[in-house]
Design a binder for this molecule. Structure first.
Ligand code: FRU
Length: 496
């Protein structure tokens, strides 16, 4: 029977309804309906609402045979689940329906462009990756009979057919389509390939848009490419990164390159690069252009190096998306701010100004695990810099997660050692936050099992998931030295 695996997955979702209920999930961060989630896919605005698909294994909380889960939202914060849309059930995607993107076609239909993974055949344990299409109405999708729509024969010579994935499609002003996909050479060094199409089904190779000279990891996954504030931005998620100062860390990283697009050569010329997120859990982001012209990014709020065994055994789900973040380029750097829609869901403000922090301090009314916290600090005496300032949250006698700032080193550290994890993977990361006078501005958003920290109006972001039980909801402040602090806390509330 056609689509047997999809029908099976839909029936399974129905049977499991409620077992990964809302009470144990984040409120504003999309988590899988049931089972495992990784990358955001097909992030788009279609027929009056946002659609967000995701890499999905409904059957367990571990990565396995990849499906596409589906949710919709009007404000990018409250998500309604729709049934799973893609399951591996054709020869060209039998090993998984990997990441991809979506776009509305001129006739109003919805096109999903995804990576189909199949066995190479013979004795090889390798798989071949091609780009495939499915067309639908926002709920149900049919895989295109002519799949794959971009196969390995399109690859420039010297590129591997085993790593060719994650197409991101967009509409050009003249109505034609473009897409970028990740590939790599035989040394495993990433290439970003550019393709064009008139109808989304027949694609032409245009150019190698960008290539990895070996400095930024190896294979580049999940590319996204768009104009922003007079520049062009290329986002990639490199595998096997080596650290570079405070900028990049080992393992799976995220990179934002800012530069320009050279029309005649169809190449991207990078002028600067930086990490997208300086925390622990962020990978494979994808953007959407909103109807009012904002470039909004969502990432998988997890990282391959830290996700093994981090699910708690009693949880029926694993993986979350980050908050949607509005992007801009200022002074050659990427800025990110939480989407402004979040402000509609802030209530019960509690504010203090000019609080003297010396040692540890708690403030009446400032606590919670579903909060938006704005903090500004400066030295009490401008001529005497303090040693350290910290804010601790998800705190009780046993647990705490901390952000600490050392102005003499200009480093901001996130530390989640005491957040309920029983595993020994990375729990701390430091970021360089240039300053000379001990001033710092933080916006910390907690949504039950995560912390996202927007530093100095979004110049840097640090993201980490936590597994701390919800009873630990204390928030405290600490200074070694003397700090003056302004702080405002809002509770976040969900609609309906
Ligand atoms: C990135 C990634 C993608 C791939 C998908 C598979 O996290 O490895 O390159 O399409 O996950 O689930």
């Amino acid at each position: 029977m056609k689509n047997k695996n999809l029908l099976f997955a839909r029936t399974y979702e129905q049977a499991m309804a409620g077992s990964a209920g809302r009470e144990c999930k984040p409120i504003f961060h999309l988590a899988p309906y049931i089972g495992w989630m990784n990358d955001p896919n097909g992030f788009c605005f279609y027929q009056g609402q946002y659609h967000l698909f995701y890499q999905y294994n409904p059957y367990s909380t571990e990565w396995d045979s990849m499906h596409w889960g589906h949710a919709v939202s009007r404000d990018l914060l409250h998500w309604t689940y729709l049934p799973v849309v893609l399951a591996p059930d054709e020869f060209y995607d039998a090993q998984g329906c990997f990441s991809g993107s979506a776009i509305e076609l001129p006739d109003g239909k919805h096109l999903l462009l995804y990576t189909g993974v199949r066995d190479e055949g013979g004795d090889s344990e390798k798989t071949v990756q091609t780009q495939c299409a499915a067309i639908g109405d926002g709920t149900d999708y049919q895989k295109y009979a002519g799949n794959p729509v971009i196969d390995e024969s399109t690859l420039p010579t010297g590129l591997s057919r085993n790593d060719f994935r994650d197409p991101k499609v967009w509409l050009e002003a003249d109505g034609s389509l473009r897409c970028v996909a990740g590939a790599c050479d035989m040394e495993h060094l990433g290439r970003i390939l550019l393709f064009s199409s008139q109808d989304g089904l027949s694609w032409k190779f245009e150019s190698v848009l960008a290539e990895n000279d070996g400095r930024l990891g190896r294979m580049w996954e999940c590319p996204d490419f768009f104009p922003l504030d007079g520049k062009h931005v290329l986002l990639v998620s490199p595998q096997d990164m080596l650290p570079e100062g405070f900028e990049y860390h080992n393992g799976n990283g995220t990179v934002c390159m800012i530069g320009r697009y050279d029309g005649p050569s169809k190449r991207f010329i990078p002028e600067a690069d930086q990490a997208i997120d300086y925390g622990i859990d962020f990978y494979a982001p994808q953007t959407v252009l909103t109807p009012d012209g904002r470039r909004v990014m969502i990432g998988w709020m997890q990282n391959w190096d830290t996700c093994k065994l981090s699910g708690t055994p009693d949880r029926q789900w694993f993986g979350q998306m980050s908050l949607p973040r509005e992007l801009s380029v200022r002074n050659g750097r990427l800025f990110q701010t939480p989407i402004r829609e979040l402000e509609q869901y802030r209530s019960n403000p509690v504010s203090y100004r000019d609080v003297e922090v010396q040692g540890e301090l708690t403030l009446a009314g400032i606590e919670g695990r579903l909060v938006d916290l704005e903090i500004t600090i400066r030295p009490s005496d401008a001529s005497r810099l303090y040693q350290k300032f910290a804010v601790r949250f998800a705190q009780d006698e046993r647990y705490k997660t901390a952000l600490s700032f050392r102005p003499h080193e200009s480093t901001l550290k996130i530390d989640r050692k005491f957040s309920g994890s029983r595993r020994a993977y990375i729990h701390q990361r430091r970021s360089l936050v240039p300053q000379t006078d001990g001033t710092l501005k933080l916006r910390l958003i907690l949504d039950r099992f995560s912390a996202e920290v927007f530093v100095n109006d979004g110049e840097q972001v640090m993201t980490a998931t936590i597994t701390t039980g919800l009873a630990a909801k204390g928030i405290s402040f600490f200074a070694d030295g003397q700090v003056l602090m302004d702080v405002t806390k809002y509770d976040l509330f969900a609609e309906g």
